[in-house]
Design a protein around this ligand. Structure first.
Ligand code: IMP
Ligand code: MG
Length: 434
């Protein structure tokens, strides 16, 4: 294709988030020049376990821990400036320098204000609107963006514009969320001055990130697009209304950074070798309470952002098939296979049934479930794995059950398994060349 010399690789969660995208991005970043986030905000929690540094990043792309990478926060991300600067300070304490040279922020990214967090928490406190959000103000901030009165990073850099937009948004929020407004912890003036001061701190980082990324790609550099949350939390395609408020699928990498889709060469779908979700909503392969305890203890399945225990279950192939299609995935990354090594027999969800209806698609099953129908899952069982070695250099080093699992997944999804991770540390992954 004329003018296309660089390469864009998109890393997407294939489940409900927490698939281990952070560590996969960290590994792949070694071979890339730029790492960009394109949706979500600090509802994300990307854990990294590097030599001498264990850290959870919520907003800044994982590439930041490599000093030769440029990191980008795209226009599709919603930014809580308080969290951003806390994260920059935390990184500095760990010896990672963040400056306007290695971090670029879209000037048109929207800003999370204290009232967004308040409204999010208030709704979560009411049973009618509770869905188990992270209470970080993500949904309300995207609401204001779509309603066309949101405030962007650039708006924080001007007294006149910020005053105009902040008073307007407060007037509208007072109409729609009047009662909550009364409980607002900050006055208008406090909020205005805090936001203006963040505006000045943000100013050096702000730019047209689409232009920047295209320049990199045109000159042959590789850009890694770091997805947050996961396909089944996508606001259009996920288990609505039990979803996040952004599009999490691969096409969003283009929209959320301002570059064309022609630059995306590869879409890697990341999936645990089992499955988890935090928050409410359908989860067809959810395990028994006893099995869930086991997963949670061995796999440390507690939210990296909220600390909530994650719901745990088995790999769900119809759901993953749906994710492969939605993302146009070119390859699969299977994470945490070592956890299966300590569990006993392994189950894989193969198909859904509801009453007399067999072989339901994920979307059909979801619609039926939300209408109150029961969904049964047919499983295939694989023999227990006694342990997964600490070093895996080739696929034949894996125990037989895990090799069978990879085969089964490849056959069912019709895409290759390109990478397997078998421990939380950097280096505990196996690349599989086709
Ligand atoms: P929100 O994104 O905070 O609005 O939460 C909406 C739903 O998405 C809830 O079920 C959250 O638990 C879930 N969620 C949001 N971000 C993540 C994530 O990074 N990992 C896993 N679940 C998430
Ligand atoms: Mg996470």
């Amino acid at each position: 294709m004329a003018g296309k010399t660089g390469q864009g690789i998109v890393v997407i969660g294939g489940q409900w988030g927490d698939e281990g995208k952070g560590r996969i991005v960290d590994t792949l970043a070694d071979n890339c020049d730029v790492v960009a986030r394109f949706q979500g905000g600090n509802n994300a929690g990307h854990s990294l376990h590097l030599p001498g540094l264990s850290i959870v990043l919520h907003l800044i792309p994982c590439g930041i821990v490599r000093s030769d990478k440029v990191c980008v926060i795209g226009n599709g991300v919603v930014i809580d400036p308080e969290v951003l600067f806390q994260e920059i300070d935390l990184l500095a304490q760990h010896g990672v320098r963040v400056s306007a040279t290695n971090l670029k922020i879209a000037r048109n990214a929207h800003i999370i204000f204290p009232f967004h967090k308040l409204v999010d928490a208030e709704r979560e406190n009411q049973s009618e609107s509770h869905i188990g959000t992270t209470k970080r103000g993500i949904g309300p901030c995207y609401e204001d963006k779509i309603a066309r009165f949101g405030i962007t990073a650039n708006d924080l850099t001007s007294d006149v514009i910020l005053h105009k937009k902040l008073s307007n948004i407060m007037r509208i929020r007072q109409m729609t969320d009047g009662a909550k407004r009364q409980a607002m912890p900050l006055s208008y003036d406090e909020m205005f001055f805090a936001a203006r001061s963040y505006g000045e701190k943000l100013r050096p980082f702000l730019c047209d990130v689409g232009e920047l990324l295209e320049d990199y790609l045109k000159s042959g550099r590789r850009v890694l697009f770091e997805g947050a949350q996961g396909t089944l939390l996508d606001v259009d395609h996920g288990t609505y209304p039990f979803v996040t408020s952004s599009n999490c699928v691969a096409a969003q990498a283009s929209i959320g950074t301002g570059i064309g889709m022609k630059w995306m060469n590869e879409v890697l779908l990341v999936s645990k070798a089992y499955c988890t979700r935090v928050g409410d909503g359908p989860f067809f392969t959810e395990a028994s309470a006893e099995e869930q305890d086991h997963f949670r203890t061995i796999g440390n399945e507690f939210g990296a952002t909220t600390g909530r225990p994650r719901r745990c279950g088995w790999l769900d192939l119809p759901a993953l098939k749906y994710a492969v299609r939605l993302n146009g995935a070119t390859g699969l990354v299977l994470t945490k296979v070592d956890v299966l090594g300590m569990l006993g027999k392994i189950k894989i969800g193969m198909s859904y049934t509801s009453g007399a209806r067999k072989g339901l698609s994920f979307q059909d099953a979801m619609e039926l479930y939300l209408a109150g129908e029961m969904i049964d899952v047919e499983y295939q069982e694989l023999p227990k794995v006694t342990s997964v070695p600490n070093v895996v250099e080739k696929i034949s080093d894996l125990p037989n059950s895990l090799r069978v699992l990879c085969d089964l997944v490849e056959k069912s999804l019709q895409i290759p398994v390109r990478m397997i991770s078998f421990g939380k540390k950097r280096g505990q992954e196996l690349f599989i060349t086709p």
